[in-house]
Structures are given as C-alpha cells and as structure tokens.
Design a protein around this ligand. Structure first.
Ligand SMILES: [Zn+2]
Ligand SMILES: [Zn+2]
Length: 141
C-alpha cells in the first residue's frame, strides 16, 4: 500500500477520485458482464465507501443498472469503466486500471474463469475460481 491517498481517474479526467483508506488487492474478473462492459478482463480493487471522494464537476459520471442490486459507474464523456457498486456491500469496487501508480496492490484472484474469452489463457499468477467464490475480505480501515 502506497503512502498517502490513492487516486484514480477516467481516460479524459472528467471523473476522478481519491481514497483515504486501504485498497483491497486485485481480483481479475473474466465474467461476461465485465467483458462486455470493459472490453476485456476487469481488474477490480475496492475501497470502503466512506473513504472514497469522487470529483465529478462536469457531471460526467453515469451509472448503468447492471443487476437488481448492482450498478456500474462509467464516464459518459470517454466511456471509461470506473466502478462497480452493490447495495449489500459497504465498499465500492474500483477499476484498478484507473489507479495512479504505484498502487502497492497485488493480484489476488481470477474469478469467473468459466466465462473467460476463448482467445486467451487465464494466467497462473493467482488462484482460479470458475465462478464467484467467497468474498475476499477488505483490509482493516
Ligand atoms: Zn472520462
Ligand atoms: Zn465480472
């Protein structure tokens, strides 16, 4: 974990955020939803919701209701995929690809490997799960 606040932004910079707390290690999701939404594997970190401050002065952040209790946040200007939010979780999933380096994060898991694209092999750099396993615990605040 890098010292100071972590920060991230979309491609155009219209939506940015800071995290005043720990980030969870990265889960690579290969599910159909993530692939269709982002164009590929989605690299998910997460932060306690009350530690995330989103700056969106131009009103570029939009939310797509992707499930009955979940939504995906994206920039309506550049199309970048930024967030995944679920009603029953007190943390916000953030796209690790948007974070400024160094993130200090490690790759923890590959999930939904059964839905991975058929043009790549899931690398053996972390544990594999065919679907959604138990929740990866959040780091202490
Ligand atoms: Zn943008
Ligand atoms: Zn997914």
């Amino acid at each position: 974990m890098a010292e100071g606040k972590a920060s991230g932004r979309c491609l155009c910079g219209g939506v940015s955020y800071t995290v005043d707390g720990p980030l969870r290690d990265v889960i690579v999701c290969h599910c159909n939803e993530c692939r269709r939404s982002s164009g590929g594997q989605w690299h998910a970190s997460a932060a306690w919701r009350d530690t995330v401050e989103i700056e969106d002065a131009g009103g570029k952040l939009a939310w797509y209701q992707s499930g009955p209790k979940s939504r995906r946040g994206f920039c309506r200007e550049c199309g970048a995929s930024l967030f995944f939010d679920h009603d029953e979780r007190d943390y916000l999933v953030v796209n690790a690809g948007n974070l400024e380096k160094p993130t200090g994060l490690k790759l923890a898991r590959h999930i939904f490997t059964s839905e991975a694209g058929d043009y790549y092999d899931v690398p053996d750099d972390a544990e594999h799960f065919e679907a959604y396993p138990d929740i990866l615990p959040m780091p202490e605040k």
